[in-house]
Design a protein around this ligand. Sequence first.
Ligand code: FAQ
Length: 337
Amino acid sequence: MYTQAMDLMGKEGRAEAPVLRSAEELALEARFDERIDAGEFIEAKDWMPEHYRKTLLRQISQHAHSEIVGMLPEGNWITRAPTLKRKAILLAKVQDEGGHGLYLYAAAETLGTSRDQMFEALHQGKAKYSSIFNYPTLSWADMGVIGWLVDGAAIMNQVPICRCSYAPYARAMVRICREESFHQRQGFDSLLTMMKQGTQAQKDMVQDAVNRWWWATLMMFGPPDDQSPNTAQSMRWGIKRISNDDLRQKFVDATVEQAQLLGVSLPDPELRWNEERQHYDFGAIDWDEFWRVVNGDGPCNRERLAARVKAWEGGAWVREAALAHAAKHSEAPRKQA
Ligand code: FAQ
């Protein structure tokens, strides 16, 4: 049984004292595993093993934090967009990311943790968010490249989550994926305009941005499968449908042709089609850099966290006012009665 086996292992894989379960709980687990095997969706009100709940909460809250922190690198360029059209598009995109965070916090709340608790974990540096948002946005071309590569990678990872076994997460992902698709297209369109109609300096700026974002984008899919502690269990539970390495490969395969259309080169001398595998081979990813960034020591980790804490503290009066307003309105009908 999937769930019982997991509970005998600590987070680092060390054996822990076996958890004793009642016959009733074992029966509930067996029924839960049957439902997962049958491809049924699990709703918030349904019984679920504690480890399933915690795994979902970990992934969904990290995902929500990624969307919210992910507003910062692009938000940085709203005032510097080159045209009104590009500014309106970027504004809409950054607002969408905020909306995605909210859908995801709401999905995570169905698992019994409040949004305030999740924010607190983020602000204390205890909660993770995607490594990619700890890199700086140095030029306008970074806006296009984030849309094309970062949103492209996000879609590749998130489309399978629309079929995730936990229904509130799956439902949120359907809407998010539709919007991410617009995000990816606007990025590609912006780069295509610069590459086809731009000056040499603009083309160089695009190539420089691609060179800086390529490897960090490949890291978004997470560590290699044989070093990913969560993948096997999450796949058995239908939380993840495709493994980190397989998604990364799908992304590389799809992106090479898009790069050719744009007329940019990808910064990997080992990138080439492998006829036998029917996939692109690509060079080694610097996993030391990945773990440094995940563990808080990337180029912008401190700046990103400080910006979120400042926004939270600066917004305290708005939350208080909204609560006071809601309390006043919930009292009003009783007074009238
Ligand atoms: N960054 O065992 P695994 C976006 C952590 S949204 C930081 O493989 P898992 C939209 C992982 O949490 C981007 N940490 O873990 C947008 C775990 O640590 P833990 C976010 C990472 O969960 C675009 C440890 O390493 N998307 O881009 C990363 O099975 C533009 C071991 O890893 C999602 O969150 C990383 N890249 O697989 C917004 C999608 N990778 O928790 C604005 C949903 C791994 O044990 C602008 N999430 N770690 O302490 C997922 O699909 C999965 O959680 C993975 C990781 C694939 C990210």
